[in-house]
Structure formats: C-alpha cells, structure tokens
Design a protein around this ligand. Structure first.
Ligand code: GLA
Length: 382
C-alpha cells in the first residue's frame, strides 16, 4: 500500500490528513537459523515488503488503531492492565509498554496500518509491525533511543506480550536493513557487518508453502529451552560456555549422557550451524555461491532432521529444488511452515519455478507462492 493510500484511509477513519507515515520491512535470512538466541551469527537482510503506518497523537489517553488488511479496530490505554484483546493490537501495545518501561513517555495516538509481508510465511511480519511503531514513536517523541534498543523493544514485545521467546534477528534486520546488503550479525557482541549482496548469475527466491502449523510458538520456545539446557549443562564442566555458540562438538559429546537425546540433537544442529555461517561469510567474500548453496542444503537437513522445525511441505520443496539442480535451498526463519529460500542460477530460474509449482500442486493441491527477494532499507519515515 502506498503512503497516499494509507493517508486516505487515515483521513476517512480519523478525519485528519496530517499524520506522519513510517514503514519497516520484513526480512530474509541467508543462513544462521535458530542461532540468534544461542549467541551465534545470523545473516539476514531487509526486504521490499513490510508494514506501513500513519500515526498522529490524539490528545486523549487511548490509542485508536485500525488494521486496514483485517478491517478491524482496537482501542486501548497505555497502562499494563490495558492489554487489548486483538492479537495484532498486542504488538502495538507491547511496543508502547516497552518504551514506557525504559523510561520513555508515550502519548496516545490514532493510527492505521497495512502490510504486504505475508503473515506466517517466516518473513517476520510481526517484527516489521513492531519496528514500525518503535521507530515511529522514538522519532515523533524525540526519545533518543538508539537503534539496538529499538530492536530490543520489538523483541521484548514478543517475549512479554506475545509469548514467543525469539532472538534479536528479525527486529535487528527490520531496523538496520540496508538496500543491496545482507548483514552478518554476531548476536553475542551485537557487532555487525554489511555484506554487499548481488550474486551475479543467481537469483534469490522464496517459495511459500502457505502452510502455518499451529503451536509454532510453543515449539519454538521448546527449541530454545533445549538449547539453554544443553549450554547450561556444558557450562558446568566448562564455565566459559555461556551459550551454545561457545561450545564445541567435543564439549557436547562430553555431556551426552547428562542431557536428553532431543536436547543433544538440538544442540548439535546449533553448533554445526554456527560453523556454517562462518564458512558462508568466507565464501561470500570470495564470491563462491556454489559453496553457499551447498551449506544451505546442509542447514535444511539439520533443521529437518536434528532441529525438527521443518514439515512435509518444506521438505518437499527442498527436494524439488535439489532434484532440479538448484544451487541452494532450505527452510527459512523459525520453520513449522512458511517459506524455503532458494539460490538459483539465472538460467534455471524459470524452469525451477514452473517445476516447483507443478509438483507441489500435484502433491498438495495448491501452488506455492513465489516471492523474488529484493534486499532493501530498514525502518524509515516516508
Ligand atoms: C524467528 C525468530 C528469530 C529467529 C528465527 C530462526 O524468526 O523471531 O529470532 O530465532 O525464528 O532463526
């Protein structure tokens, strides 16, 4: 939706045509999945799809919000007990509360918003929503919150008002995104580096299974708990290990009998994935995309067999990609449905997309959705 369209709807709803307009993107992640809550590396980039919101302070003590895509309204105060009942409004409320908890004064506002990040596709529509409001309120109220803290405000919103114990990757990418660049983030030190990403001769494309499994958030939280348990057990023998990022496979093997088989598998995946991200960074520097692709397949295998966050539909799309000779393919984001991210040679692109659509439709009765990835800028005022 364009700025003009959002402004028009704001005027219809609230009779005023001078709100501010902000936008924040969703993200892709080249590699480094489920590593961000293990103190490890991720490799995301912001995309050209996101949320857009018009916002204007209303001089009352109630936020009045309208979700354009859902045609739903919500009205809520800014005290802790005012938690709105609409799922989407909890994100806006949570951002306000997290700013207030950090000492910021938030004034009530009228707002309308819309988005084109597909919901539940693993492209971080929720982080896009959080970042839009965190960035906007900070800017409009001159709160002076730095960009890292804006990302943490979104993350804390997930933890405290949505119940997903996510890492920092999605909100970070949504705030820090830069056109044409992926970002390698070290989630332990929060050091980051922009990597120009314009792989000549290849395209990055997402295939959306259109599947979103229930209980994804409790399964996500369970994965995190497994990792923390494995890290804490290793830490008893090796006090320097605080996160799985600090652990080696030898260390994990030492505690094999002290943790469950399941926790062992989760931790093994994370330790291997950490290594893969480092190798992919080096490969990107020398422009070796075939190597990058090979690592993507390895990640998929680990996410499917060890971390167990894939599903039949994602595994099938991954299989079709491999059969078709696609350079790299894997489930992207938290998993349990959503998209595969595929690194495809230009000359294979058309035939791969046609093949994937055909085969997926034969097996599951619907075609996957296709999104070309355009790496774009992060949160901003329009
Ligand atoms: C979700 C979370 C992120 C990250 C990914 C998996 O997108 O929000 O913090 O853990 O899953 O890499």
């Amino acid at each position: 939706m364009t700025k003009e369209e959002v402004l028009k709807i704001f005027k219809e709803k609230f009779g005023n045509d001078s709100p501010e307009v902000y936008t924040s993107p969703g993200r892709v992640n080249l590699i480094g999945e489920h590593t961000d809550y293990n103190g490890s590396f991720v490799f995301p980039g912001a995309i050209d799809k996101g949320m857009i919101a018009a916002i204007r302070f209303n001089g009352t003590d109630k936020v009045r919000a309208y979700a354009i895509d859902l045609d739903e309204s919500s009205e809520f105060g800014l005290n802790e007990e005012d938690l709105p009942k609409e799922g989407w409004a909890k994100y806006i409320f949570g951002v306000c509360r997290e700013i207030i908890k950090r000492g910021g004064t938030v004034k009530a506002f009228d707002t309308v918003f819309a988005g084109d990040v597909p919901l539940g596709a693993g492209m971080s529509s929720s982080a896009a929503l959080e970042s839009t409001y965190a960035f906007a309120l900070n800017d409009m109220l001159n709160l002076g919150i730095d960009k890292f803290e804006l990302a943490r405000i979104g993350q804390s919103t997930e933890h405290n008002y949505v119940g997903v114990m996510c890492g920092i990757m999605d909100q970070f990418a949504s705030i820090f995104g830069k056109k044409g660049h992926l970002i390698r983030l070290d989630t332990k030190t929060m050091e980051y580096e922009y990597f120009p990403f314009d792989p000549e001769g290849y395209k990055l494309v997402l295939l959306d299974t259109l599947v979103k499994h229930e209980l994804a958030s409790s399964a996500y939280n369970a994965r995190r708990a497994s990792c923390e348990n494995a890290a804490a057990t290793i830490g008893k023998h090796h006090p320097e290990v605080k996160f799985l990022r600090d652990a080696s496979m030898e260390m994990l093997d030492e505690v094999k009998d002290e943790i469950s088989e399941e926790d062992y598998m989760r931790a093994k995946y994370v330790i291997e994935e950490t290594q893969r991200v480092i190798e992919v960074s080096n490969a990107l520097e020398r422009g070796d995309y075939e190597f990058v692709g090979q690592k993507m397949y390895e990640t998929h295998h680990g996410m499917s067999k060890l971390y167990e966050v894939s599903c039949e539909e994602l595994d099938f799309l991954n299989y079709v990609a491999k059969e078709h000779g696609v350079t790299g393919s894997r489930v992207m984001g938290g998993g349990f449905g959503g998209c595969t991210i595929n690194l495809v040679k230009d000359e294979l692109y058309d035939s791969f997309i046609a093949d994937a659509k055909k085969q997926y439709k034969e097996k599951f009765g619907t075609e996957p959705k296709v999104y070309d990835v355009v790496i774009s800028d992060g949160a901003r005022k329009l």
